[in-house]
Design a protein around this ligand. Sequence first.
Ligand SMILES: Nc1ncnc2c1ncn2[C@@H]1O[C@H](COP(=O)(O)OP(=O)(O)OP(=O)(O)O)[C@@H](O)[C@H]1O
Length: 291
Amino acid sequence: MATDIHRPVSTQAGPAGAQNAHADVVTACSGAQAASAGARVVHAAHVEGLTRSFDGRAVIDDLRLDVRPGEFVALLGRSGCGKSTLLRILAGLDRDIEGTVLVARRTAFAFQAPRLMPWRRVWRNVLLGLPGKPERARAKQALTEVGLDHRLGAWSKTLSGGEAQRVTLARALVREPDLLLLDEPFGALDSLTRIKAQRLVGELWQRRGCAVLLVTHEVEEAVLLADRVLVMDQGVIAYETEVDLDRPRDIADPRFAELRGHLLERLGVDTAAEAARTPPAPRERSPSRRP
Ligand SMILES: Nc1ncnc2c1ncn2[C@@H]1O[C@H](COP(=O)(O)OP(=O)(O)OP(=O)(O)O)[C@@H](O)[C@H]1O
């Protein structure tokens, strides 16, 4: 049953999120704040005063973050700045925290390592951890969405890296999430498979209308896919920008390049040196704007 949360949260719905404006949220926070489980807010995720320390060192330090329902948010940041730690907390995998963390009741995640059980059939892996009798048809539906329904009955150990990653996505989708957490899901893929996977995630987001929080190292990927890009540094969201570019996005668009360069600078990358080193990327377009 829903209860009131003890701390005020914004009740403003973002422009992208009206359809899910009353998503249920549960709290992943510790101690007394756990009493707020079941509260209703209009965010897919609401984080306030979040601190996570390891060995006395605060990796996340009084962080605040809101993700609107239906919004696609990309999270960038230098290696080791705490991005994965934040996602693990949002996924409910790490509860040793201080602060308030509220996420949509239906939150699912896909991380870089597919973590499939190799000795199980693909469809069984898709349904792994779901309560109730495993329904093959349900798995099939999710696998169809990622273009893998033909591998439904295959042993998971026979999948390629890209296929395994798509099964992980199907496993998240079958939970019909209001919030999808993606931690470098394309990190281990070759560039061609990565481009296809990026396109797939963009299409799924548009079709499903769920909020997505994507951790990535690729600035280009962030600008291609996201409504808003965040840069994490020193334990907080140090910078954020809306991506005010029409979809489908074109990486050859000068405004795309300008935003990419700006974000690289925010990440402390020497853009002149980087431009001299990097060959031109293949032309790629992001999916069309959601209807
Ligand atoms: N279980 C743990 N025990 C101790 N330290 C940890 C633990 N998990 C994470 N850390 C430390 O917290 C910091 C942030 O780690 P995290 O994996 O969140 O960074 P990241 O931004 O995702 O890095 P990358 O981009 O390289 O994946 C690192 O210094 C890491 O060593």
